[in-house]
Write a protein that binds this ligand. Sequence first.
Ligand SMILES: NC(=O)c1ccc[n+]([C@@H]2O[C@H](COP(=O)([O-])OP(=O)(O)OC[C@H]3O[C@@H](n4cnc5c(N)ncnc54)[C@H](OP(=O)(O)O)[C@@H]3O)[C@@H](O)[C@H]2O)c1
Length: 266
Amino acid sequence: MKRKFIEKFKQKYGPWAVVTGASSGIGTEFAKQLAAIGLNLVLVARRKDRLENLKQNLEQSYKIQVRIASVDLTHPDFLSTFRDLTEDIDIGLLVSNAGMMYIGHYFDNDLDAEMKMIDLNVKAPSILTHYFGKRMIKRGKGGIIYTASMLGFMGTPYATAYAATKAYEVAKAEGLAYELKSKGIDVLALNPGLTDTEMTADYDFSAMPMKLMKPEKVARTALYCLGRRTLATPGKMNNMMNFFAKHLMSRQMNTKMFGGFMRKTF
Ligand SMILES: NC(=O)c1ccc[n+]([C@@H]2O[C@H](COP(=O)([O-])OP(=O)(O)OC[C@H]3O[C@@H](n4cnc5c(N)ncnc54)[C@H](OP(=O)(O)O)[C@@H]3O)[C@@H](O)[C@H]2O)c1
């Protein structure tokens, strides 16, 4: 990363960032890359041992402070932990990244599991946006990143409810980015395609036209695009698919094509 980029990033989005879902995959990468930029971090997930290891590694490697919170973001009272942990620090960046996915026939997933996914993928980002967004408005600058998904651009059979939760984040980022621009706050929906993380480990994506990307590149794309764009999709192949989806195909055709791919993954 270039020095000028780092200085500008720290000035606008520092001194502290909150990263949810930091115990694995894309979230761990966000934590590592933000630490390399020099931001202090509040890292959140349920697996405390993972967060403790990451804290130790990052504090040893960079001159930053790291606070961790083992929090279940589907718990109704989770915000109280964030209040206690962050009331004395200046948060300039929220990376709302934690998420869960269900792939399979819609009615094979029970309603409780679907509600939990909505709690994590939709409700928790909204609660965090209200809490940290209001604080950022007071300070007159900041940034919010939602890890959404390419699937948020279309109805996706066999990931029907998951895609719908990601569509919420895409639309929310677009609306909020417009509203918050005059307040000095940048909003980005990161829309990864297939990424090589624990989330994708149990499925067979060999029928898909794109390869699984590394989480390093996915997180890097988001940090580079924040403040420059509202939607960001990492990877050339994924962007080509977005182009075809948007300019050459109808929504119905996209849904049909992805239905064909998704049926072969589980
Ligand atoms: N992998 C892909 O192909 C892909 C593609 C598009 C978008 N995404 C999105 O990228 C984001 C990160 O996913 P990933 O691919 O990096 O998967 P991952 O490795 O499974 O990471 C998910 C993260 O969310 C945390 N999490 C899950 N449930 C939680 C809960 N109830 N409370 C708090 N934290 C919770 C997990 O930590 P704990 O288990 O320790 O709580 C973990 O840190 C998700 O929003 C996902 O939807 C992924």
